[in-house]
Design a binder for this molecule. Structure first.
Ligand code: SF4
Ligand code: FES
Length: 246
């Protein structure tokens, strides 16, 4: 191995550095390279469930958010074939839940919707499931609409790893997989979720929403009205790195 490549890998022809223990996603974000992702958030343990971050390493598909970076690795990321697979994954997530953007308070701030635009998705392609899952409006400040949950487990990890609580969990397998609330009644209003919790604000879709502020930020001035999902996620990763370096 060329010693100059000892701590570098290549993504789409661009040579970037990495440090021991970083995943391909960590190294890419630190170098300002966007790899589409949905269940990943810098600072939380990777979950590896959505597969949006699938990249190609010399003919083998791996999840960039869980796969360790290694010296001399040749990674393909922004290719038409991989983006087509990612678009199909987004279409499947759209039809599996009730993601009716024009009626959802999260529109313009929703990462699923933003990824649909990023990947050129024009329709759901597959027949919609129209699931009927329990909506929990028992909490004074937040509503949990399970019909929009994409099972990313960001709320689960944020509650455990940042908030020091255990408010959410995923339960069931396959089509029965759903988010549950750890409280005596199973209701959000009976849990110890508070306004300050990261778990209350991390949902990438409209499954956990604050009450009483639906249109405080008007449509047209929301996150993804002003920035692409790539710009937004790279900025979040940069903030996390700077905070970590302080
Ligand atoms: S409620 Fe939101 S954050 Fe939690 S698993 Fe579902 S989509 Fe992810
Ligand atoms: S972002 Fe890597 S699997 Fe979801």
């Amino acid at each position: 191995m060329n010693p100059a490549l000892a701590n570098t890998l290549t993504i789409d022809g661009q040579v970037i550095p990495f440090t021991q223990g970083q995943t391909i996603m960590d190294a890419a974000l630190a170098a300002g390279i966007y790899i589409p992702h949905l269940c990943h958030k810098p600072g939380l343990t990777p979950h590896g469930s959505c597969k949006l971050c699938t990249v190609d390493i010399e003919g083998r598909n791996v999840s960039a958010c869980t796969y360790p970076a290694s010296a001399g690795m040749q990674v393909a990321n922004n290719t038409p074939a991989l983006n087509e697979v990612r678009k199909t994954l987004i279409q499947m997530l759209f039809v599996e839940g009730n993601h009716l953007c024009p009626t959802c308070d999260k529109t313009g701030d929703c990462t699923l919707q933003a990824l649909g635009y990023h990947l050129g998705m024009l329709d759901g392609h597959f027949p919609p499931f129209y699931p009927l899952r329990e909506v929990d409006a028992s909490h004074p400040d937040f509503i949990l609409d399970r019909d929009r949950c994409i099972m990313c487990a960001l709320c689960v990890r944020a509650s455990q790893e940042v908030d020091g609580k255990n408010v959410f969990a995923l339960s069931g397998r396959g089509a029965n997989n759903h988010v549950i609330v750890n409280s005596p009644s199973g209701k959000l209003g009976d849990s110890d979720l508070t306004q300050d919790d990261l778990a209350a604000h991390i949902c990438p879709v409209g499954a956990i929403l604050p009450k009483n502020q639906g249109h405080e930020v008007p449509i047209g001035r929301r996150t993804f009205d002003l920035h692409t999902v790539a710009e937004s996620d790279l900025a979040v990763a940069l903030m996390k790195t700077e905070h970590h370096d302080d």
